[in-house]
Ligand binder design. Structure first.
Ligand code: C5P
Length: 297
């Protein structure tokens, strides 16, 4: 028997970052929006825990026990006094180390898949607890839709979304390490007063109304200067997407994927085409939001 779970990628429509905390993490006001690019995690009984991966970026995915899917299976098994002897297969479509929570998606997907395969019957609360132990973005991969993440991003409040938004994602060559981008944020912040991160009311209202122009005007990412500092070429990608008619563009999370909001599906297709032709990215993908969280298929 096997179980397959589909999990979406995310874009941060607002990422407000506070000063570094004593534990090294940063308090956030993190407005997550799930987008329709998906990984699928399939779990099957096996003699021992193993992970395999398919997809264009599969070569960059670690297949050892550091993989978030493997860690999710181990954590659920430990809590329920059983062995995590399963084969986890990841069909990967979310960019790797791209700032779109691809690794987090696999963690949330494996957790839901193992829970279903083993009949563990873990409560939503327990699943969310395990997700938060796995990483700051993993709880959102489980719930999907749109949510405000506070604390280090793991404490979620669901948000209303009043329409469909059309995005273009420009994939960059190679990934960016999330800790390295936060480290660069700290370096750039030295000697400056960092305000408490708060969610933008304009942005939340734009999401609730489904108002794409208001959302475009309110997009923000405090990690963007740090990502651009580590990867200056992203400025060319942002300029190319804006010149092609995107309403706005920003770095997705810690990057290096850049995200462009388009007025409608037709405009998104045109922006994607122009980005591909611009030579400023490896590939361009269109996707709609919001998207549902981890779902057994
Ligand atoms: O929680 P997660 O393991 O995904 O975080 C990866 C790294 O990103 C952390 O080790 C930390 O360097 C950085 N981070 C942070 N503040 C957050 C979330 C992540 O500094 N709120």
């Amino acid at each position: 028997m096997s179980v397959t779970v589909r999990v979406p990628a995310k874009v941060n429509v607002q990422l407000a970052v506070g000063a570094a905390r004593p534990d090294g993490f940063h308090d956030l006001a993190n407005v997550f929006l799930a987008v329709g690019l998906y990984d699928e995690v399939t779990v099957t009984e096996a003699d021992e825990l193993r992970v395999t991966c398919e997809g264009p970026d599969a070569g960059q995915v670690p297949l050892d026990r550091t993989n978030l899917a493997a860690r999710a299976a181990q954590k659920l098994a430990e809590r329920h006094g059983r062995t995590p002897d399963v084969h986890l297969h990841i069909a990967k479509d979310i960019p790797v180390a791209g700032g779109m929570a691809g690794g987090s998606a696999d963690g949330a997907g494996a957790l839901v898949a193992c829970d279903a395969l083993w009949g563990t019957g873990a409560s939503r609360e327990e699943l969310l607890d395990i997700c938060a132990e796995l990483g700051s973005d993993v709880p959102f991969s489980l719930v999907g839709g749109a949510a405000l993440g506070t604390g280090r991003g793991e404490r979620l409040t669901p948000l209303e979304v009043g329409g469909t938004f059309h995005w273009v994602f420009a994939l960059a060559d190679g990934g960016l390490s999330t800790p390295a981008v936060y480290g660069e944020f700290d370096r750039l912040a030295q000697g400056r007063d960092i305000p408490e991160p708060v969610a933008s009311q304009e942005l939340l209202a734009a999401l609730a109304k489904g108002d794409v122009h208001a959302l475009a005007a309110a997009l923000s990412n405090d990690l963007q200067p740090a990502a651009l500092s580590l990867r200056p070429s992203l400025a060319d990608t942002l300029a190319a997407g804006r010149a092609a008619g995107a309403l706005a563009g920003l770095v997705s999370g810690s990057g290096p994927t850049t995200a462009f909001l388009a007025a409608d599906a037709e405009s998104a297709a045109a922006v994607a085409e122009a980005l591909r032709a611009s030579g400023t990215c490896r590939a361009a993908r269109v996707a709609e939001s919001p998207a549902t969280g981890a779902t057994v298929v």
